[in-house]
Every structure is written in C-alpha cells, then in structure tokens.
Design a protein around this ligand. Structure first.
Ligand code: NIG
Ligand code: FE
Length: 396
C-alpha cells in the first residue's frame, strides 16, 4: 500500500515530493466510504466485516484531476491536421479557430446532448482511477451557453460517483462579436454571468486565461475581484504562451492554483514561494501542442510543491489518461516517478481545495482507492507508458 500520509500534511514540497510512504503487506479497513484504519498484516485486527484479498497487488489513493475542460461539443481533428502541416495553436486561434471554434459548436448543442457526451468521458476517466475531477466552462462565451455548460457540470456533480468541482471560465477567449469592444465582454462576465451563476450556485471556482492574445493582467484582476465577491475562488491559466504576469495576478488574488507555466522565470518562482498557490503543470498540452514543458524539476528544486493534471480538452490535450500524463511528467517535465505520484494525488487535491478528504491514504479521508499491480517498484507505474494500471477503482 502506498501514499500514506498524516492528516496534517496538506501538500508535499521540494525534497519531500520524492517521498512516498508505503507499507508492504498491509491491511486497510474502510467503512461507509471513509478510511477507518490500516497497518501491516502482522497486526491485522480480527473484525467481523466483508473482506477483499488483494495480495500481490498495490493499493494507492485515487487520482485527482484538478484541471479539465471535460464538457465540449466535439473534437477538433481539423486543427490537429492544420498543426501537423505547420500552423501554430496561436495562429489558428487568431483565425477564429481554437476556443472560438469549440464555442460555435457548443452554442448549438442541447444541454442533454452535452451531458451525455461529457458523462461518457467522465466514466472513461473514472475507469483509469480518477476519483475527483475539476471541470471548467469556457466554451459558451455568452450568457446562455456559459450557464448551459455550468448546468451540465452541476448535473455531473449530482450523478457521478466521484467528487466534481465546477469552474467558471467565461474569460477563456474574447468572442468574435466583442473583438472590437473587449471591455463590453468583460462587463458581460461581471454584470450578467457572475450574478446568474451565483444565484444558481453553479460554480466553486473562477478561472481566466491570462496570456498573450487572450486576457491581460488588468482584465484578469478585474474579473477575479468581481468573482470573489460571489465567493468564487480563483484558479488561473497562466504563462502558457509567454511570461505575462499570470503568476503574479494569481498570487495577488490568493488563487488556489496557477496552471500551465510552460514559461516561468525566477521572479515567478520567488512569487510562488511567498504564497499558498499551487503551481500545476499540464504535460498533455505541451505534448500535443509541441510547446515547452513546464520546468517541474526547477520548480521542485527551488523548494516548491507542484501538481500535474490532464487539461483534458478538444484543442490542446484530448487525453484524460493520468497514467500517461504521469509518464510525460517524468520524461519531459523532469519529475521522478515518486514526485509524479505525489503531484497526481495529494498536491492535486490541494490544487482543488479537497486535500482534507482526498489525495492520500489517511485515517478519516475518503476511501477512494486504486488497486493495481503487481509491480516490482513504483517506478514501473509511469514506465509502462499510456497503460491504464487501475485493475479496480473503489469509491466507497
Ligand atoms: O488549457 N489554454 C487555454 N485553454 C485550454 C485549451 C482550450 C482549447 O484549445 O480548446 C488549455 O490548454
Ligand atoms: Fe486548461
């Protein structure tokens, strides 16, 4: 059994990220979806409860996917081929493709159809061991369609057997009809979308794509300030396309996480050190867009924590397989297998604000468990790249 932590540990930083506590030949007692107790078989209590023998296999905490765009209308394989022929993600976005392309399709789709499509992806992710999931809006880009997306996420929250958190990402792109008047779109977000979202309790978090060609630091700050008045906690897309102040605005607004960070300098690292904001790397989008990988090695070596997530979406990361994301993080972000494990469990839980209940084998936490294996060593988990290692996933 691996991933055992004391309850007071909320995340792992720096050198501690390479530590994974384990008990070889262990027992685990769960009741009503909660971890009651565990220990080595040498002191296994004699309880009158239903038992399951997983001898030879590995037991670990379920994965937490703290960053996804799981609700979307369809794939963007045409843009994939455009990129194969040499166009960049940014060039496609400027020409009205990218997020705008996805929003046009989503605006035309019914809530029921969107729900059915998204649930299919969610169940695939669950089979891979995902036990908690964050899902963003951001392909609606008008009041009606942003609300439609968030209602779909709310239904997923109510019907999936795992924990779902919802993020309002109205500031994902400027819709074409506001191209000449960005200010008016920001006013729409603040004065029309946010009040409606609050009225129906449709979101836990607020996100802004603060990057070159998308939203400026000032615009980001304005939206975050307004959203916080409704109780939404910030989580930011920052520094994917350049060093643009995303880290600083996230930290100034006490964001739970700042995600992407493919471009990050010493100033950003220093800024994160003085904060409680979790840096999150998204290796799937670096892989798929062939852009730089977030320098996780440098971030960890400077004493910081880091989480990793799938960024599952139709444009930059059509992959929710966290086993593959783990392998990418080792091969290209410079992480060790143990660091990847902690980045996908306890640190990812912190990036979603659920570390009190998820992310480790800890007495009192949810008994969301992956049963894998057998393995010779934890190194093998990301070594067999792209293989789903979850033989069984338990939620209760
Ligand atoms: O995290 N960078 C912004 N948003 C998504 C991509 C969205 C899309 O291309 O559809 C991301 O990579
Ligand atoms: Fe994203």
């Amino acid at each position: 059994m691996i991933g055992i932590l004391e309850p007071e540990i909320s995340c792992l930083k720096g050198e501690d990220m390479s530590k994974v506590n384990r008990i070889a030949n262990a027992w685990l007692h769960v009741e009503d979806g909660i971890i009651v107790d565990f220990g080595p078989m040498t002191n296994c209590p004699d309880l009158n409860v239903e038992t399951r023998d997983v001898q030879g296999q590995w037991v670990m905490p379920g994965f937490v996917d703290s960053h996804t765009h799981m609700v979307f209308a369809g794939p963007r394989h045409n843009e994939y081929v455009m990129r194969l022929k040499g166009k960049t993600y940014a060039e496609i976005a400027v020409e009205g493709g990218g997020i705008i392309n996805s929003s046009k399709r989503l605006q035309l789709m019914s809530e029921d159809e969107l729900y059915d499509k998204s649930m299919k992806y969610a169940y695939e992710a669950i089979q891979g061991g995902t036990c908690a999931l964050e899902i963003k809006s951001g392909y609606g880009l008008n009041v009606e369609s942003e609300i439609k997306m968030l209602r779909v996420i709310k239904r997923m929250k109510e019907t999936l057997p795992i924990l779902v958190r919802s993020t309002f990402l109205g500031a994902h792109a400027i819709p074409p009809e506001y191209k000449e008047n960005r200010e008016a779109y920001i006013e729409l977000i603040i004065n029309e979308m946010l009040p409606k979202i609050a009225e129906e309790s449709l979101a836990d978090f607020v996100d802004v794509f603060c990057d070159e060609g998308f939203f400026s630091v000032d615009e980001t700050n304005k939206i975050l300030q307004a959203a916080q008045k409704y109780g939404l906690i910030p989580k930011i897309h920052g520094n994917e396309l350049g060093i643009t102040g995303g880290v600083q605005v996230a930290v100034a607004n006490k964001a739970l996480s700042v995600d992407h960070l493919e471009h990050i300098g010493e100033e950003e690292i220093a800024c994160l050190k003085n904060s409680d904001t979790m840096p999150v790397a998204l290796p799937g989008s670096s892989f798929f867009l062939k852009i730089p990988y977030t320098p996780a090695r440098r971030i960890i070596d400077s004493g910081l924590p880091i989480a990793i997530a799938s960024d599952f979406n139709p444009g930059s990361s059509p992959c929710h397989n966290l086993w593959f994301i783990w392998s990418l993080a080792c091969l290209y972000n410079g992480m060790l297998p143990e660091e990847g494990f902690n980045a996908l469990t306890i640190n990812a839980a912190k990036a979603m604000g659920i570390e009190q209940q998820y992310g480790s084998i800890t007495r009192g936490k949810k008994s969301c468990i992956i049963i894998t294996g057998p393995f010779e060593h934890i190194n093998e988990m990301p070594y067999w790249f792209s293989k789903n290692q979850a033989y069984k996933v338990l939620f209760k």
